[in-house]
Design a protein around this ligand. Structure first.
Ligand code: ADP
Ligand code: MG
Length: 477
């Protein structure tokens, strides 16, 4: 049984309270008594306003936890009660243990008259971004962990990170729009949301909206259906900072693109900051409206490059350090080496190891990791031939394929050849003598020397490390 203490403002009507009771009851069945007591009982229904439900949490901690663990369930269950609901938001309000008396008491004398000591009736709102600003309407919920301090930086993403930080450090709009582009799972959404978190915390006066292009489309179509496009547009006009994720998906109908271009231009011309994430550089987004594309091209575009071994290992180490389990470094090295596609998959692999370590209550070894991750590892071990490797490496370094077998020892061909030998050892099951034979009949000690050399160079030369990662990713994709 949950108790609903009515909110200070926006008292929820009793029908809505019934909805909430029902939602909470169903959630309880799903998550169990103790989770329910810890996280859901403390919530109060503040208001139901058209398409949005506002719940109050007694602390930021509870809010963050509910947001990252139960928000999806809450939304689904609410929508089952009331299909108009599109958004469940959670604000932080300190609990009130007594009903509000008359409206005339000042907070001070309330403190005195209430007994035992209860602090002020209306605690200051901890999260500043709660007022019903029009701009809040477009917001999508943010992932609680997608903050700057959780973003591991390394050469492939350093520039993007710095540019994102810059947006939050200064109110001056220097590069507009800022476009962050790169492949999946490399941290674009993380950075965009980190900007939103940071601005909410540090500059609560600035109206920030984070929305994916898909959601923009959806909202726009809904606004058209309900003849509320004016209201829809208005919610964007009031923004100081607009963060649009996965802009490549804006595609779709002409009307939506036109609307988007209008919104974009208006914000842009009023000097509002726009940050966009896409999967390709603006010049390649040929499906986009020409005007939009040229706007994007007029801003600053920064790519997030494929991960390097060092970045992957760093991400793993930091994530393990935050978890309660211990995973030996050699296991992390193994995972960082084998799962080279992107950080999302890397996290997936690590989560699996953490889950196993927790369940079995024992330390994970490299052998165990290999079997726990077998399917993931197989997916990555696409068969490549030595010749594939030689071709990719030659293309990458812009040398002739024949140089892979030639006897020339000039650095500009010798180094790529060593890289190819190194990758041949890593990506194929060939023995050293076999590899040597494929490189113009070289001795296996030459191959071994090449591998050692590249291994040690990778640590010092991040450009080379990046080159190798890119070649490897191309070969395996
Ligand atoms: P994208 O939007 O580029 O597809 P995401 O931002 O969703 O990628 O990132 C995928 C996952 O990897 C997220 O859980 C994110 O937190 C994590 N991640 C990506 N880059 C980093 C990084 N540099 N440091 C820590 N975590 C990262
Ligand atoms: Mg994303």
């Amino acid at each position: 049984m949950i108790r609903i203490v009515k909110g200070i403002s926006g008292l929820a009507a009793s029908g809505e309270n019934n909805d909430w009771q029902s939602v909470a009851g169903q959630l309880k069945a799903r998550i169990g008594d103790s989770n329910f007591r810890s996280w859901i009982s403390p919530l109060r229904l503040m208001s139901v306003d058209e398409d949005r439900v506002t719940l109050a949490a007694p602390s930021r901690f509870v809010r963050d936890w509910v947001q990252s663990n139960y928000l999806g369930d809450l939304l689904k269950l609410w929508r089952a009660e009331n299909s108009r609901i599109l958004l469940v938001e959670i604000v932080v309000r300190a609990p009130r243990r007594t009903p509000l008396r008359t409206g005339r008491e000042t907070p001070e004398n309330v403190t005195q008259t209430l007994n035992p000591p209860i602090r002020r009736i209306a605690e200051p709102v901890v999260q500043p971004a709660v007022p019903r600003r029009a701009s809040d309407r477009i917001d999508s919920p943010l992932e609680s962990g997608y903050r700057f301090d959780r973003f591991v930086t390394a050469p492939p993403n350093e520039l993007a990170f710095a540019a994102a930080r810059r947006v939050t450090d200064s109110t001056e709009v220097t590069f507009n729009p800022l476009v962050l582009y790169g492949g999946v799972g490399l941290g674009k959404t993380h950075l965009l949301q980190a900007i939103a978190w940071e601005l909410r915390d540090k500059h609560p006066d600035r109206a920030v909206g984070y929305i994916s292009a898909e959601k923009f489309l959806y909202r726009f179509v809904k606004a058209l259906q309900s003849r509320e496009t004016a209201k829809f547009k208005e919610s964007f006009r009031t923004l100081d900072v607009l963060l649009i994720d996965d802009l490549q998906y804006i595609g779709g109908g002409e009307a939506t693109q036109r609307e988007f271009v209008h919104t974009f231009n208006e914000l842009f011309e009023n000097g509002r900051q726009i940050v966009v994430a896409t999967n390709r550089p603006p010049a390649e987004l040929t499906e986009l409206d020409e005007r939009l594309r040229s706007r994007l091209m007029g801003g600053l575009s920064i790519d997030i490059q494929s991960t390097t071994y060092a970045l992957r290992l760093d991400v793993l180490r930091k994530k393990v350090a935050r978890s309660a389990v211990k995973i030996p470094d050699d296991v992390l090295e193994f995972v960082a080496e084998k799962i080279a596609s992107n950080i999302r998959e890397l996290e997936g692999a690590l989560n699996r190891l953490i889950a196993h370590a927790t369940l079995m209550n024992s330390e994970i070894t490299a052998d165990m990791a290999q079997s726990i991750l077998r399917d993931l590892l197989q997916a990555h071990e696409k068969r490549v031939s030595i010749e594939d490797i030689q071709r990719s490496v030659a293309r990458h370094f812009n040398i002739r394929f024949a140089e892979m077998q030639s006897a020339r020892r000039a650095r500009e061909v010798a180094r790529p050849r060593q890289v190819a030998m190194y990758l041949a050892k890593q990506l194929t099951a060939r023995s050293l003598p076999e590899i040597g034979r494929s490189f113009g009949g070289r001795d296996h000690t030459t191959v071994m020397h090449a591998i050692r050399r590249i291994e040690s160079l990778q640590g010092e030369d991040s450009m080379l490390a990046g080159d190798i990662e890119r070649i490897r990713n191309n070969l395996q994709s």
